[in-house]
Design a protein around this ligand. Structure first.
Ligand SMILES: [Zn+2]
Ligand SMILES: [Zn+2]
Length: 1021
């Protein structure tokens, strides 16, 4: 980190590509009024890796930081600090002073964010950061609002909208979507006795279901669906010997909501119920000329009774229906969410708290039919968690519904990762688009730049300059916030009456969605037009999935509204961060992992690697210490150990990269790993370009495994001998691997570059992050060779599994292994020798010659693959397969690949093969490949096994006693008398293996504490 800062590597990496094609990244701004959390690391890791990759590909990738400053979340935090309980307190305190506190609060944790960002290696330019509260930013937002206003798409409307009574402001649809909580409400069935016509004569009551009893106070009408059949039913109920009888009206499909004996007296179409009058259950307030049945198509018969009570002040549908019938809109609830004090019974009560009292009242009035608790998701304020109320109020809207087609068009051209979001979560959202409720009746936000006179003439200003011109004052240094802009007034151009600003501020989500242009102060600031044009739209944005209805939406919408073009081409939606048990992290559960301590414990690279490579980026991910240690051990530590291994042998043999032999003069193993390396370059390149960090991580991890656990391990001798081809090949692999890894794990790779690559090659770049992304040399890729080594490794794995099952130690040589694998016949002898060596067997042969001899084979039809091919015939095929000789069938398939069973063509994969070894053999099989080990042990094999044990024992002692790898030693040894002669016979072989100049049997040594009682005295020769 210090190295990067000292040498300005980030700056150098971008300026070096200044003439490259721009690749634009937009930073979704965090709000720095709280401490950064682990979820901030997640997003920042992904925001870092792809820009680093694109830079290595030669693109010019600037990364401007940003801070989100305005909005309700900030106000609420400050209110809490000041101990305020509502808007009254703020007004008393003074808007100017309150906004000053808000301004301070959003800069409070900027340092913590910067520290975390640097610590995790996220390269972003804080010096040029944009602030959404900066005057130039606010003016740019004003400019865009004026563009929208000029198109007639920014209008004031009276509508029922979700409203937070605590915060005293409406919420937009995307905010609403973020705050659903599961609550239990009273669910009540209420009788509304009919007062006119034939139904009244029958003494019928309309049965209505609601989960918001508090809205019954303002009941204005009852809606039915005109097309639905309603039944008039006589209901007889016996309760504790008392028989009651009544007549109720419900929708026919919902007749089950009635209990007791039900007799249908009559069926009526909904439309024939129109204007039937009823007596409302509560008469606490005056609602003139109301209380009759109205028709509404939105009424469904999915739940309830099919009769919906209407309260137009608290429901958008209700309002539309009641307006159509000319019904009054009566609202008994004050903006703070309490019933007006003059309302009897519930005056002064918070709307939700009134439910209990009202249900009691309904019961005492005898109109309560049924009452049960009802659990359902109910919208709450996403910031303060107060239950929202749907509330009729004037509000400013952006008519996003009028650009719905354009939004859908832009969405279709967007690359979503994961792709399902495009038509799923986000596509649905656009299809159900409703107008954006933009205004907030609050204080700390971008003021809505609309001035209005008494006659409702309106002007929208796009800058302080324009405002100054209207007011006839120099205002370019005015703070464009409340209360200062509120003080500016001027005469109306039309009627000369005073123009005053409308009191609202705007949704802070508009601010962040305006960042593509507002970050440059577009179009007012000199140079901003060029900067904006060069960086619009973004090639890449990335945030957590909750932003589909937040920033992803507002960015696309504002871009489309103002420029008729979405502001991004590709978007990566990340899953949420959970704790190790899959629970949300919360202070309440005490399972929050602090980002800095997480990185202190594991290292920033480990955390980055975990976020990028372990698991799908768009699934919710669990973060726990064990999981991180695990992936680090598997991959990063192996990479590190391979680097150390190379360094050790390079030093001991004075390795010089100019001496590396040409590729054509190297061994098959070298050709193989270079072939894998070049395949890896192509694979990782593609994965990074498609934002698939998990795919890149998988390929890199697999290569690191190949390199360490096969190439290096199988080439140990060559490294001991200082073989230049081996050292050179490994060096080349590590240099390229380090570059490929560098976007994901920038610290460890930089360290390797400085300590290993740079010293070996003076021409190497000053930093791995200044290098170009490697280019695959296709001529070095040999797919057949790759496949053969992969098969070799699989066969070794199977052999090891069979060994493990047989409980015969790997050091005990076995006489024979039989192999079955497609392509075995063509496997080069070198690789067969590797297998024999790895499995410690003397002979390898093809299983095809011995099938029936060593295993009992039985087969069953593989319904999945056969079903896919033959459909329903699979039952008949299964019978046919069961009827024929399994051994012969498998043998045929293993040689020819396909065959016919009756009339059906089948392949090996169409069978489920069970091979039970005959005694004396151990078989392991996986996906058509098998290894069978001959477990018979001759005396020669046992002796050879004992020799191996002795070698291992001495090797371990060498290590334990601290000898250097090249030290020659003298050994005096003793062992179980029964095996002494076998050891003596192999003395020269053992001496070679352990670098012993003397190897002497000494009977006087005490027996060792191991199976063969080996003991030894080892000294340096
Ligand atoms: Zn609220
Ligand atoms: Zn006017």
């Amino acid at each position: 980190m210090d190295f990067w800062r000292e040498h300005a590597i980030f700056e150098a990496s971008t300026t070096a590509r200044q003439n490259g094609q721009p690749w634009t990244f937009y930073e979704g701004p965090p709000t720095a009024n709280g401490m950064p959390g682990t979820h901030h690391i997640e997003a920042r890791v992904f925001k870092d890796v792809f820009p680093r990759y694109q830079t290595m590909k030669g693109k010019y990738v600037t990364r401007k930081a940003g801070w989100d400053c305005h909005g309700l979340p900030v106000e609420i935090a400050v209110e809490k600090e000041l101990g305020f309980s509502g808007k009254g307190d703020i007004e008393k305190y003074g808007i100017a002073a309150f906004n000053d506190k808000c301004r301070d609060s959003v800069t409070r944790h900027v340092d913590a964010f910067t520290t975390m960002t640097n610590r995790m290696g996220f390269w972003v330019d804080f010096d040029q950061a944009y602030w959404t509260m900066a005057p130039e930013y606010v003016e740019s937002v004003w400019w865009s609002l004026k563009e929208i206003w000029k198109k007639g798409l920014l209008v004031q409307d009276h509508r029922v909208a979700p409203y937070c009574p605590r915060c005293g402001t409406g919420l937009s649809d995307h905010e609403l979507a973020q705050g659903y909580e599961i609550v239990t409400d009273p669910s009540v069935y209420v009788r509304f006795p009919v007062t006119s016509g034939e139904l009244a004569e029958l003494g019928a009551a309309l049965l209505v279901w609601t989960t918001t009893p508090w809205t019954l106070v303002s009941n204005t009408a009852i809606a039915v669906n005109p097309e639905v059949d309603y039944v008039v039913a006589e209901v007889t109920l016996e309760d504790k010997g008392e028989v009651s009888r009544e007549v109720l009206v419900v929708a026919e499909p919902l007749i089950s909501s009635l209990s007791g004996e039900v007799k249908i007296l009559k069926t009526i179409k909904g439309k024939d119920l129109e204007r039937v009058t009823y007596k409302r259950p509560l008469d606490l307030i005056d609602i003139p000329d109301a209380h009759f049945v109205v028709l509404a198509n939105y009424v469904t018969t999915e739940d309830g009774t099919g009769l919906v009570h209407q309260s137009p002040a608290f429901g958008a549908d209700d309002l539309a229906v009641c307006r159509a019938y000319g019904l009054p809109v009566v609202n008994p609830i004050a903006p703070n969410g309490t019933f007006l004090s003059e309302v009897p019974l519930v005056g002064g009560l918070f709307f939700k708290d009134a439910d209990k009292t009202l249900v009691k009242e309904l019961k005492s009035r005898g109109v309560l039919y049924k009452h049960q608790p009802y659990e359902h998701p109910y919208p709450h304020c996403w910031r303060c968690h107060t239950a929202l109320i749907y509330y009729a109020q004037p509000s400013w809207y952006i008519r996003t519904t009028s650009i719905k087609d354009e939004l859908i068009r832009e969405n279709n051209q967007t690359n979503w990762h994961p792709e399902t979001i495009k038509t799923g979560r986000y596509g649905d959202w656009l299809n159900n688009n409703i107008d954006w409720a933009l205004s907030r009746n609050r204080y700390w936000g971008t003021p809505l730049p609309i001035w209005r006179c008494e006659e409702k003439h309106e002007v929208c200003v796009d800058s302080l300059k324009e405002l100054g011109a209207l007011a006839g004052k120099e205002l370019s240094n005015l703070d464009p916030h409340r209360p200062f802009v509120d003080d500016i007034t001027f005469p109306c151009a039309t009627c000369a009456k005073e123009m005053v600003r409308v009191p609202e501020v705007i949704d802070c989500w508009y601010d962040s969605g305006a960042m593509p242009f507002a970050q440059w102060g577009y179009p007012h600031k000199p140079g901003s037009v060029e900067k904006f044009k060069a960086a619009y739209p973004a090639d890449f944005i990335c945030e957590a999935i909750d932003q589909t209805r937040g920033w992803f939406y507002t960015l696309m919408t504002i871009g489309t509204l103002v420029f008729d073009k979405s502001s991004y081409k590709s978007v990566l939606c990340l899953g949420h961060i959970l704790d190790k048990d899959g629970r949300k992290m919360s202070k309440h559960l005490g399972n929050v992992i602090e980002p800095i301590s997480l990185m202190d414990q594991h290292g920033a690279d480990a955390v980055r690697w975990y976020m990028l490579a372990a698991g799908s980026p768009w699934s919710a991910r669990r973060v726990g210490h064990d999981a991180i240690s695990d992936v680090v051990r598997k991959t990063l530590l192996t990479y590190w150990n391979t680097i150390s291994f190379h360094t050790l042998y390079a030093q001991s043999s004075n390795f010089d990269i100019s001496q590396i032999p040409a590729v054509k003069d190297r061994s098959m193993m070298d050709h193989w790993i270079l072939s894998e390396l070049n395949s890896l370059i192509a694979e990782v390149d593609l994965a990074y370009s498609e934002f698939d960090s998990q795919g890149a991580g998988k390929a890199l991890a697999r290569f690191i495994d190949d390199l360490s656990n096969w190439y290096v391990r199988r080439s140990r001798r060559r490294f001991w001998d200082g073989d230049l081809a081996a050292l050179g090949t490994l060096h080349e692999c590590l240099v390229t691997l380090t570059q490929l890894l560098s976007p994901m794990v920038p610290f460890i790779t930089e360290h390797v570059w400085q300590e290993v690559v740079k010293p070996a090659d003076a021409s190497a770049a000053d930093s791995v992050h200044l290098t170009d992304f490697p280019i695959a040399d296709m001529s070095q890729i040999d797919l057949e060779l790759n496949a053969q080594v992969a098969m070799t490794r699989r066969v070794v794995e199977l052999g090891r599994a069979a060994r493990a099952e047989s409980a015969i130690k790997i050091r005990q040589p076995l006489q024979r292994a039989l192999i079955s694998a497609p392509g075995w016949a063509k496997l080069p002898s070198d690789m067969r020798e590797q297998i024999a060596d790895e499995l410690n067997v003397i002979d390898l042969a093809d299983i095809a010659d011995a099938d029936g001899d060593l295993v009992n084979i039985s087969v069953k039809a593989n319904f999945k693959s056969l079903g896919a091919k033959y459909g329903k015939e699979v039952q008949d095929i299964s019978k046919a397969i069961a009827a024929i000789d399994a051994t012969a069938l498998v043998k045929t398939l293993r040689t020819t690949g396909t065959t016919k069973v009756a009339t059906w063509e089948i392949e090996l994969g169409d069978l489920v093969i069970t091979e039970v070894p005959k005694s004396g053999w151990m078989v392991a099989s996986h996906e058509g490949e098998s290894v069978a080990l001959d477990l018979a042990l001759s005396q020669t094999l046992i002796d050879a096994g004992n020799v191996r044990e002795v070698i291992r024992y001495i090797q371990e002692r060498r290590k334990g006693d601290g000898f250097e790898i090249s030290d020659r030693i003298k050994v005096r040894w003793n062992t179980d008398a029964a095996i002494v002669s076998a050891i003596e016979q192999s003395a020269s072989h053992i001496s070679d293996e352990v670098l012993a100049l003397e190897f002497t049997h000494d009977q006087s040594l005490p027996a060792g504490d191991n199976e063969l009682q080996i003991s030894a005295v080892i000294v340096k020769a």
